[in-house]
Design a protein. Structure first.
Length: 162
C-alpha cells in the first residue's frame, strides 16, 4: 500500500474515531440525563416540543418518532436506559483513547466490541425498522472497516519497525 493511501486511510480513520468519541460523550450525557430526569418529565418535554408540529402534520415522521421514543422510554424505565448508555459510552471512550494512541491490542478489541454492537443494532432494527438505527449500523460498519484497515497498517509498521 502506498504512503499516500495509508495517509488517506489514517485521515478517515481518525475522523471516524473522533466521531465515535463524540458519540460516546453524548451517550454519557444521555445516561446522566436518564438518571436525573424522571420518565414522566421526558414524556412531558417531548410532548411539548412536538405538539405544534403534530398539530400541523399528525404523520410527521420526526415528531412522531420523538414522541414514540419518549413514551417507550417512560414505559421501559430510565434505569435500563441509563445503564445501557453509560456502558456504551464508557466502553467507547476507552476504545477511542486506545485507538488514537495507536495501542495495537485495542484494534482487535474494538473490532470485537463494535461488531457486537452492530449485531445488537441489527437485532433492534429487525424489531423497530428505525432508519436512525439503520444509519448508525451503516456508520459503525464503515468504522469497523476503517479500524481493520488501520490495524493492518499499524501492525505492519510494528512488525517491520518502519
Amino acid at each position: 500500500m502506498s504512503i499516500r493511501k495509508e495517509k488517506e486511510i489514517n485521515f478517515f480513520f481518525r475522523i471516524a474515531v473522533f466521531l465515535k468519541g463524540v458519540d460516546a460523550i453524548l451517550e454519557l450525557i444521555g445516561g446522566t440525563f436518564a438518571i436525573l430526569a424522571p420518565p414522566i418529565t421526558v414524556t412531558w418535554v417531548m410532548t411539548l416540543l412536538t405538539r405544534h408540529e403534530l398539530i400541523e402534520d399528525p404523520h410527521d415522521i420526526i415528531a412522531t418518532f420523538l414522541l414514540h421514543t419518549a413514551e417507550h422510554y417512560a414505559i421501559s424505565g430510565s434505569t435500563f436506559v441509563a445503564l445501557y448508555l453509560f456502558a456504551h459510552g464508557f466502553i467507547k471512550v476507552f476504545l477511542v483513547i486506545g485507538l488514537l494512541k495507536n495501542k495495537l491490542w485495542v484494534y482487535p478489541t474494538a473490532l470485537i466490541v463494535l461488531g457486537s454492537f452492530i449485531l445488537y443494532q441489527v437485532y433492534q432494527y429487525s424489531y423497530t425498522y428505525s432508519f436512525i438505527m439503520l444509519g448508525l449500523t451503516i456508520f459503525d460498519l464503515a468504522v469497523v472497516w476503517l479500524i481493520w484497515r488501520e490495524y493492518r497498517v499499524q501492525r505492519r509498521h510494528f512488525i517491520t519497525g518502519v
